[in-house]
Design a protein around this ligand. Sequence first.
Ligand SMILES: Nc1ncnc2c1ncn2[C@@H]1O[C@H](COP(=O)(O)OP(=O)(O)OP(=O)(O)O)[C@@H](O)[C@H]1O
Length: 248
Amino acid sequence: MTRYDDPGGGAIRLEALRFAYPGGAVMRFDLRIEASDIVALMGPSGSGKSTLLNLIAGFEAPNAGRVMIGSEDVTGLPPHRRPVSMVFQENNLFAHLTVAQNVGLGRSPGLRLSKADQAAVMDALARTGLAGKEERLPHALSGGERQRVALARVLVRERPVLLLDEPFASLGPALRDEMLDLIAGLHRDQAMTILMTTHDPRDAERLSKTLVFLENGAIAGAGATAEFLSGGGSAAFDRYLGARKAPE
Ligand SMILES: Nc1ncnc2c1ncn2[C@@H]1O[C@H](COP(=O)(O)OP(=O)(O)OP(=O)(O)O)[C@@H](O)[C@H]1O
């Protein structure tokens, strides 16, 4: 497999991006993200966070506008040709393949792995704390371990952009912290640009430098996470956080 090697290629630009689901309202996204930034995407349910990630990954095609990654216009490229890895809340793994095979898919869709590929798979499994579990099938793993396998596959793919769509939503608090630490460690090693959707400001506080706030299918604010969380972001963001807390 050809690895992606555009130097500093992880910057993302969404230029006048327009998208609507059939019969739905038009969403509009203009955004610039620096290479190697870690960004939390927050906003009310239905504000368009997953849609935004799917447009960057290529699972949805915009009606207008461009998606630039590094110096490349990827708008017309299918997902597998984009310099992007994506991890979902669950169902990231093939149930009939072992842990090692699921990770190996990150190198070769046909699992034709060179010695170097196999070494990279073993290394990624060790770094994600999965050594000794190579031959297990996903059903014999915990939810947290399954997410770690998905992250090990991200590691061997070596793509400059990592998209995380609520990757901790089904995990308890301890595992959540463990995953945040693991992602911070991966970022230290590979310096990929990371976009993560979350409803939990603690995730943003622990991991992200930048926070992007979505409302009604558009970007309503972007800036330093610390500033947003200390109340200096926007009144709309504060209302969103307040509304989140109210029902608890
Ligand atoms: N496949 C689809 N077909 C039609 N409408 C969709 C589809 N997926 C999402 N939508 C609608 O698009 C809007 C944005 O959805 P999206 O999933 O991007 O929001 P979100 O911010 O990720 O929400 P949540 O926090 O609940 O995951 C919502 O109104 C949703 O109902």
